[in-house]
Design a protein around this ligand. Sequence first.
Ligand code: AKG
Ligand code: FE2
Length: 185
Amino acid sequence: MEQYMHAMNELGHRLLRLLALGLGLPPDHFDRFFDRPMIFLRPLHYAPKVSAPSDGVFGAGAHSDYGMLTLLKTDEVPGLQIHTDATGWMDVPPKPECFIINLGDMLERWTNGMYKSTLHRVVNTTGKERYSLACFFEPNFDTLVECLPQCCSPERPPRFPPTTSGQHLLDKYASTHAGYANLKQ
Ligand SMILES: O=C(O)CCC(=O)C(=O)O
Ligand SMILES: [Fe+2]
């Protein structure tokens, strides 16, 4: 487990360099915000139940991930789909030797929408059980997340107010669970 987290930290840092280069920033730009990264592992087991999207039955409903980057490893059972406006829902075929990298809402916020978080869901079409391991790679808790100067202009004003990495995640968790308080009553 510790070794896996260590490897994910390395992979995350390599991806940060690519993200920085893509924005015209020095490759080490994000490193200072990830010297105490928050890395969460979510092991997932999906039941062998065929989904029925029209009845709202999914392995996992449509969502985007909250944070910066998700480093996803899956078994060989298909199920993951991503959505783009151009294509609608598309299968992401499992490739055991590969990781699937999702961009999250925090990255979208930091880059003022230059990098967009990916809408995705899990649909069971096979009736087989499925395992995956999602690793959420997040900046230091106190990192200021505000529109990068490269990503805003008078024509493209900041779409989100500044926040911190930790506060952004706490707000996302709180809004996810807001509905549950009403259910209990
Ligand atoms: O199991 C998968 O392929 C996706 C998992 C996922 O989207 C998540 O944990 O946020
Ligand atoms: Fe996800």
